[in-house]
Design a protein around this ligand. Structure first.
Ligand SMILES: [Zn+2]
Length: 201
């Protein structure tokens, strides 16, 4: 409790604070958010606000059982794509750090989302990333913002296309749900890159 309640709150103040704040929990990544209103996206994984559930509606996230070989391979490929993206965005964040806060914050956000998506897949598989993936190919960061944004578009497009295919060939509810949410988030990432390409050219 300490830390997010102002020390000067009177008893009455604390009561009114408690009643005006509600917890929300992300059905994709499990993140718990406490706020006066529902944020428009999960601050952690980027899932749409409709995935932020009240505790009553939230369903405990469990590993997905009885995966077919195809479903397993699709999850591993999902993890690989997210890991490649996460590494690239982390590098980009470093490049812009202290030089351009706008792009620094964009890439920090993208890296955080992809990192969280890796956790989502780990939970579905009930396996650790390091036990699933070998070395992941690193993408070199080009010199210009335009070239960097082009790579973002390519990465996100590849992910969206593959997740759409993975979505279609599973009948497991949780997997369909994961791919659907990821497609939404990656589409938003792609739009962000396209919008910025438009703004600089
Ligand atoms: Zn989330």
């Amino acid at each position: 409790m300490k830390g997010w309640i102002d020390e000067d709150y009177t008893r009455k103040g604390i009561l009114s604070f408690r009643t005006s704040v509600s917890p929300y929990r992300c059905q994709l990544c499990g993140y718990v958010y406490l706020g006066r209103s529902r944020p428009d996206k999960c601050p952690h994984c980027g899932a749409d606000e409709t995935e932020l559930r009240s505790p009553v509606d939230y369903m405990e996230i469990k590993p997905v059982r009885f995966l077919t070989d195809v479903e397993y391979r699709d999850l591993v490929e999902t993890m690989r794509l997210e890991a490649v993206g996460e590494m690239f965005y982390r590098e980009c964040e470093d490049v812009f750090e202290g030089k351009d806060t706008y792009y620094e914050s964009i890439f920090r956000r993208l890296a955080r989302h992809e990192d969280e998506h890796i956790d989502v897949v780990e939970d579905a598989l009930d396996m650790d990333k390091d036990d699933v993936l070998d070395e992941v190919d690193e993408i070199e960061v080009p010199d210009t913002v335009g070239e960097i944004l082009d790579i973002v578009v390519d990465l996100e497009m590849e992910a969206i296309m593959k997740y759409t295919k993975f979505f279609r060939r599973t009948d497991k509810e949780r997997l369909k749900y994961i791919y659907e949410c990821l497609i939404d988030v990656e589409t938003e990432h792609k739009h962000l890159a396209v919008w910025n390409i438009g703004a600089i050219r």
